[in-house]
Design a protein around this ligand. Sequence first.
Ligand SMILES: Nc1nc2c(c(=O)[nH]1)N[C@H]1C(S)=C(S)[C@@H](COP(=O)(O)OP(=O)(O)OC[C@H]3O[C@@H](n4cnc5c(=O)[nH]c(N)nc54)[C@H](O)[C@@H]3O)O[C@H]1N2
Ligand SMILES: Nc1nc2c(c(=O)[nH]1)N[C@H]1C(S)=C(S)[C@@H](COP(=O)(O)OP(=O)(O)OC[C@H]3O[C@@H](n4cnc5c(=O)[nH]c(N)nc54)[C@H](O)[C@@H]3O)O[C@H]1N2
Ligand code: SF4
Ligand SMILES: [Mo]
Length: 732
Amino acid sequence: MTGGRAAAPEQRRTTYCRICEPNCGLVATVQGDRLLQLRPDKEHPLTRGFACPKGIAMTAVQNDPDRLERPLRRRADGSGFDEISWTTAIAEIGVRLRGIRDRHGQGAIGGYMGNPAAFSSSHMLWFKGFMDALGTRHFYSASSQDTSSRFVASQALYGSPLAVPVPDLAHTDLLLVIGANPWVSHGSLISGGDVRRELTGIAERGGRVVIVDPRRTETARRFEHLAVLPGGDPWLLLSLLQVILSEELEDRVALARASTGAARLRELVAPFSPERTAERSGIDAGAVRELARALARAPRAAVYGRVGACTGPHGTLVNLLLDTLNVVTGNFDARGGALFPEAPIDTYGPARKAGLDTYDTYRSRIGDYPEVLGTLPAAVLPDEITTPGPGRLRALVVSSGNPILSCPGGGRLRAALEDLELLVSLDLYLTETNRLADYVLPTTTFLERDDLILNMLPYQLQPFLQWTDAVVPPRGECREEWEILRDLAAELDLVPVSSRALRRLGRVGRRLTPRLLVDLLLRTGPVGDRFGLRRGGWSVAKLRRRPHGVVLGEGMPTGMRGRRVAHPGGLVDIASPALERGLVRLRETATDPAYPLRLFGRRELRSINSWMHNVEKLQPRLEEPELLVHPGDLAALGARSGERVMLRSSAGALSVAVRASEDVRRGAVCMPHGFGHGTGGWQRANALGGPNVNALIATGPGSAEPLSGMTVTNGVPVRLERLAAGGSGALA
Ligand SMILES: Nc1nc2c(c(=O)[nH]1)N[C@H]1C(S)=C(S)[C@@H](COP(=O)(O)OP(=O)(O)OC[C@H]3O[C@@H](n4cnc5c(=O)[nH]c(N)nc54)[C@H](O)[C@@H]3O)O[C@H]1N2
Ligand SMILES: Nc1nc2c(c(=O)[nH]1)N[C@H]1C(S)=C(S)[C@@H](COP(=O)(O)OP(=O)(O)OC[C@H]3O[C@@H](n4cnc5c(=O)[nH]c(N)nc54)[C@H](O)[C@@H]3O)O[C@H]1N2
Ligand code: SF4
Ligand SMILES: [Mo]
């Protein structure tokens, strides 16, 4: 060393990624308080040295000079923000929240909980706890753009929205994937493993993987592909059932043992022969018949759907039908089929006991949509804010969300947020959304907090637990969400826990910490040490001594039906009222010749929803995302690849750059979401810009799927218009 102080020694710390669902093992190199590098953890028992570019690039977010470090208050004249102390921020927000409560009642205060909260036990539990303590109905989340229809289908089939089957990738001979792109997403509602390796394994065993997707995706390219029309899945799935039942290929024994409604199901699907549905699904009748027979005859098969299955015009129906295929073919709760994992920390039982597994216990004021697990649809958020009358939403706390880019509405939503009396945001950055906030409160990254993620446990391919300590201390004055929410709740004399009993205990609830809660759930759970009563059992203290995590069993169990299906006799209802309603609505689906094309989405390896776009390594070229169009459709329009055109839906219009792509089927056009930056504090993301596709997505009564309140982001009717020469610019 020449002069100055000796640098602190470099240290290695084992942790895991909390950006998406595999939670890949990572090893951090730290010097003092500074993160130098993240690399994949070769000793992680599940991800075994795999991590994607985003996980590695989290170093750049951690150290990003554009990150917030101190609370911000918007200037009265709207000219920008001033840094203030936490004491001032909490006290001032407290005064304003109390004022709103006095004028409009506690129910006028609401929240939007964004995606990253799902990767933090404390964030999710304290936010939900805050909303429950308020007793507000105005709780919104990413779920209505992501999973609500999945949960509603589970409610109808199994009697609980929390009963979500996971495909047994390790043992299946035929995997049918409806609207998921696991090669890029790394799996969703599937956790704890290397999904790419699992899929490749199926093919290597001589099995089949069939991907139903309007685009020949990165996953479809590696396996078999059926290019469905966006929104065409219900017709395809009905025909698969029709063939199986009319050719008597069903597993009668399994059907009789595990379900009710087989006779009615047979009647309901009878009209949907593959020849009659081919035009709606876009899939040739011969291919449907072949697939139906293969599904029925495969020794072990599993049907799995994800975002593309959930977010079409008939998301609940699609999820109902794809699970029903598993039941009818004898692949439900059976090896190699669709299974209910048994988590090493049971969240299912406690959630049911606490009454948190709700559906339709109340409805939205606007649009009459059912609540799903305590959240209402984001599609009515703008109207809930702007429509006068009792129950109007007046104050919103947004945490880890950027709804202006990720929720439907674009300019409508922006105008509504501006109409609030108070908008508070908890985030790492100044974003397009919280640019409109009165207060922006800086939070820690996942590397700055300890955790064991409870939320992913119900979807684990094998039982696994990993505790991580924080890798580095919080930057600047950043705080964890649960601390901020606890302090905001205290301003209203509330304790932010969902359990009424704990809330009544007041002080105990106030002193509760995430680590204490996780430790309690772990130690009293299936693998817990029962506070010393069970030798070999686990506690957080003991998990900390196994930094790479511990595998606690092999794969997923069968025979879980009796414990997960809440309907009488543990029987799956395969002809539920939800199915009947879904089919009535399907029959009423009309097409509008003014919008002949169908818009659908895509995710990219180097992007995650609306963030991480500020990282140069992930977005090296600053190229705005393009609309992929089949060359035939482009020729019909008379447009060229690279040209800017107008993309129009009934809800709005956007100027977009088009790219000819043989990967996209005819009649369908493909655009990613999460772009449209420009007003945030993330300078590189602003330079990237791009169109906000959600400006084309409809909001308000009647816009969302009625059973689940799902925003319809896929299969959206659109048309393309050529711009007059020289026309450009975004019309969001
Ligand atoms: N058209 C269309 N729209 C979609 C989708 C689609 O497929 N098509 N997908 C939907 C889906 S599945 C999802 S999950 C949503 C996601 O949409 P959102 O719920 O809005 O979440 P993100 O876009 O990921 O925004 C994350 C925000 O949280 C901040 N953040 C990151 N980490 C943390 C943290 O640890 N703490 C805090 N407090 N903040 C943090 C980031 O800076 C960013 O501003 O988008 C949905 N929108
Ligand atoms: N790299 C990366 N990984 C991510 C994310 C990310 O933004 N980037 N986001 C994370 C999040 S929040 C989630 S929820 C998961 C999502 O995980 P996945 O669901 O596996 O990922 P998606 O890319 O949304 O896959 C949806 C697929 O459905 C297709 N699709 C669209 N419309 C239809 C339709 O009508 N029918 C059918 N059959 N298919 C259709 C799309 O072309 C797309 O390939 O990914 C997670 N992982
Ligand atoms: S796939 Fe990438 S982003 Fe997702 S958990 Fe693994 S490293 Fe993180
Ligand atoms: Mo998501």
